[in-house]
Design a protein around this ligand. Structure first.
Ligand SMILES: Cc1cc2nc3c(=O)[nH]c(=O)nc-3n(C[C@H](O)[C@H](O)[C@H](O)COP(=O)(O)OP(=O)(O)OC[C@H]3O[C@@H](n4cnc5c(N)ncnc54)[C@H](O)[C@@H]3O)c2cc1C
Length: 279
């Protein structure tokens, strides 16, 4: 199927994007890498009157190091994240995860802002953002605000970014020397959306954050699992089993791959494997 007719705009500044988004009658939708939006339009799941291509704004494609954080412009593509020395040094969890997102052709086009802005429950990067306790910079004509990761994802394809707002940056704290990270996902084939996955960050003070994806209506942290794991430098079999029991606290949602009971089983499996591989 082909997408219905639409108008196309390509502003060359953030202000230009924001002034288009303010005009309700244009019924705008932002176009980043197009790897989700274009298929959704072809299937008539999205029918914007106006597409606002944000790839003409160079400042949205920057990766910037600040004293405490790495700021990633919304238009930075997966491929650029994978190739970045700054990301490898200060956000190693991203480097671990990117090869599991789709296939090379999609990684050449898809962007971090598109993934965070879409909030697909089975996408990897929302869980990375949660595990790293990052923030999302959201801009509108009214100003700029920073939304903490744990308040940003609201549900299936639903976030705290409203239709007149633009995600401008993803802000992640720099990895500390003794911080450790774990990741595991199970997919039918490498590159498919995950049936279940988990991202883990263990801070220097042994605080642990655990974010699942592909098992519920959105990527989510589970406080009871984090409580079991925090304070331990090594995860013994009994600690892992206690953490697996706390998986019961997730409100599991089935999808085209599996029902809630299978998701529950897979959540336990990915948790154990990610903890065993933490480094
Ligand atoms: C075959 C296939 C397999 C895939 N497998 C995976 C996978 O395993 N894991 C995974 O995570 N993804 C997967 N994807 C999706 C892919 O990662 C997309 O690239 C991603 O979801 C969206 O990024 P994009 O830059 O292409 O955004 P687009 O498709 O351009 O936009 C997606 C949505 O986000 C909004 N948006 C974009 N940028 C912004 C912004 N700056 N501010 C606010 N809203 C914005 C758009 O308006 C749109 O609603 C797959 C896609 C395909 C086609």
């Amino acid at each position: 199927m082909k997408a219905p007719d639409f108008s196309y705009e390509k502003p060359n500044s953030i202000l230009g994007i924001l002034s288009l988004l303010e005009k309700d009658e244009l019924e705008c939708q932002l176009l980043a890498g197009g790897q989700s939006l274009m298929p959704m339009m072809n299937f008539r799941m999205a029918t914007p009157k106006t597409i606002v291509d944000i790839s003409g704004v160079s400042e949205l494609s920057l990766i910037t190091e600040t004293p405490k954080a790495i700021e990633i412009g919304a238009m930075v593509r997966y491929r650029e994240l994978q190739d970045s020395d700054v990301i490898q040094k200060f956000c190693p969890l991203i480097t671990m995860v990117i090869p599991h997102i789709a296939h090379p052709a999609i990684r050449n086009r898809g962007t971090i802002g598109g993934s965070i802005g879409l909030s697909d429950p089975a996408a990897e990067l929302p869980a990375v953002l949660l595990a790293l306790d990052g923030k999302v910079e959201v801009s509108s004509n009214k100003g700029i605000r920073e939304e903490p990761a744990n308040k940003f994802f609201k549900g299936v394809y639903e976030t705290a970014c409203s239709s007149n707002e633009l995600i401008t940056k993803i802000i992640l704290p720099k990895a500390q020397p003794k911080q450790k990270f774990g990741f595991h996902e199970i997919a039918r084939r490498h590159g498919d959306y995950a049936m279940a996955g988990v991202c883990i960050a263990q801070d220097q003070d042994l605080t642990v954050r655990v974010a699942f994806f592909g098992v519920a209506e959105k990527a989510l942290r589970i406080a009871s699992i984090e409580k079991v794991l925090s304070g331990n430098s090594i995860f013994s079999q009994s600690i892992i089993e206690n953490a697996q029991s706390a998986v019961e606290d997730i409100q599991f949602e089935g999808d085209m791959n599996a029902g809630p009971e299978v998701k529950k089983h897979l959540a336990k499996v990915v948790l154990e494997r990610a903890l065993e591989g933490i480094k």
